[in-house]
Design a protein around this ligand. Structure first.
Ligand code: NAD
Length: 371
């Protein structure tokens, strides 16, 4: 029997919104969206992999709820977070004369969510936006927190806006069509939430990681709910990255981004790079944080491995220490020759720590990044 969806409120003032998580949610998507909007005109955007299996359901549900709906299929992939695709969405919103009470729905992963969210934020200075995330990463990360945007030739996510959705429908059934590699990659962020803020969730994952990875509906629903709860707490306390709390979400990301950037787009999945980043940034705590010992590190590494994530950089990427450290330095603010890393103090807490390249080098080499 289908489980009732779990709900969660993201507390961002008068733009607070709900996330619904569970199986079979799309079958009532039209009425759920209709309950939050005045107008009855909508644009549904999905990429070519997602429109057929899932976007169609949303389109037909919106029609059944009385909406005049148009659809737009964008290319799949990171390159779609571009001015060109943004302009195509604006063109469509213009030709369909979508007014202030209009509705924009993103069905897909983080790429579509970020792009379409920014289109909704900028059209008429902001129209109602709904997210139907269809990757594990977009369910636990990009659909929480209101960051929208596109890439620029000089870097990722450089142009954008904070624009909160009205509602997020995370239907775990949509994950069934997601390629296994993408699903495993999303597990890295799920595990991260346990390390940075919730030791009990980490322990729960230790007994359910295979069930989550293999999409047992009850387990995956709970894991997404707990992950969104942690991110929502952090984002609710630091919506615009002013108090510093939000930086805890970067655990594994200083090293992870440096690996991604040095390897080049598409060479390694985001979650795989973050997994290696968490291994390295976890080890940086040795001798610095008495509450994080080889025992905690062993638990982290065992969990990542069981999820199917890598602990070391594949030799085939041919990354050098200089490349990765240069990338880390240019990505993160550094003071007096140091780079900032989020380092665990114990299971459930991390702290911003400035370290020199010299201090970090041995741990990068342990992870397979050689001089
Ligand atoms: P993605 O959107 O590129 O999706 C990955 C691949 O899976 C794509 O090929 C897509 O077509 C396909 N796909 C998606 N759902 C599917 C499904 N159910 N069945 C079959 N195929 C499916 O990647 P992603 O990992 O979801 O998102 C990555 C993006 O998210 C990056 O651009 C990143 O910058 C962004 N991001 C944003 C935030 C934020 O706070 N806004 C946070 C983290 C990441």
């Amino acid at each position: 029997m289908a489980q009732a969806p779990l709900t969660l409120t993201v507390p961002v003032g008068d733009r607070s919104y709900e996330i619904l998580i569970g199986a079979g949610l799309l079958s009532r998507a039209g009425e759920r969206i209709a309950a939050c909007t005045r107008g009855r005109k909508a644009l549904v955007v999905a990429d070519a992999n997602v429109m057929e299996p899932h976007g169609r359901v949303v389109l037909s549900q919106l029609r059944a709820a009385g909406y005049a709906v148009e659809e737009l299929v964008v290319d799949a992939g990171e390159e779609t977070k571009s001015v060109g695709w943004l302009a195509r969405i604006w063109d469509r919103l213009g030709s369909m004369k979508l007014g202030r009470d209009g509705v924009v729905v993103a069905v897909g992963g983080g790429v579509v969510g970020d792009l379409v969210g920014f289109a909704a934020a900028s059209w008429l200075r902001g129209v109602d936006f709904f997210q139907v995330p269809t990757t594990l990463l977009s369910m636990v990360d990009s659909s929480v927190g209101g960051k929208t945007g596109i890439n620029h030739s000089t870097g990722k996510n450089l142009i954008g806006a904070f624009w909160q959705p009205r509602l997020v429908l995370a239907d775990v059934d949509t994950l069934a069509t997601l390629p296994r590699g993408e699903r495993v990659s999303g597990m890295a962020e799920v595990i991260k939430y346990g390390v940075i803020r919730d030791a009990a969730f980490f322990a729960w994952l230790e007994s359910h990681v295979e069930a989550v990875r293999d999409l047992d509906p009850v387990a995956v629903t709970r894991a997404i709910h707990e992950s969104c709860r942690v991110k929502a707490e952090v984002v609710g306390a630091d919506e615009r990255e002013t108090t510093g709390l939000r930086e805890i979400l970067n655990f594994g990301h200083t090293v992870g981004h440096a690996i991604e950037n040095s390897a080049g787009y598409g060479a390694i999945r985001h979650g795989e790079a973050i997994s290696i980043g968490m291994v390295v940034e976890g080890r940086l705590a040795f001798g610095r944080q008495p509450g994080w010992t080889p025992a905690e590190q062993g638990r982290l590494e065992a969990l990542l491995q069981r999820a199917g994530l890598p602990l070391r950089v594949p030799a085939s990427l041919g990354l050098t220490l200089a490349q990765v450290q240069d990338a880390a330095r240019s990505d993160k603010k550094n003071r007096a020759g140091t780079v900032r890393y989020m380092v665990p103090t114990r299971l459930g807490e991390v702290v911003n720590t400035a370290l020199t390249d010299h201090e970090v080098a041995p741990f990068l080499s342990e992870a397979g990044i050689d001089a």
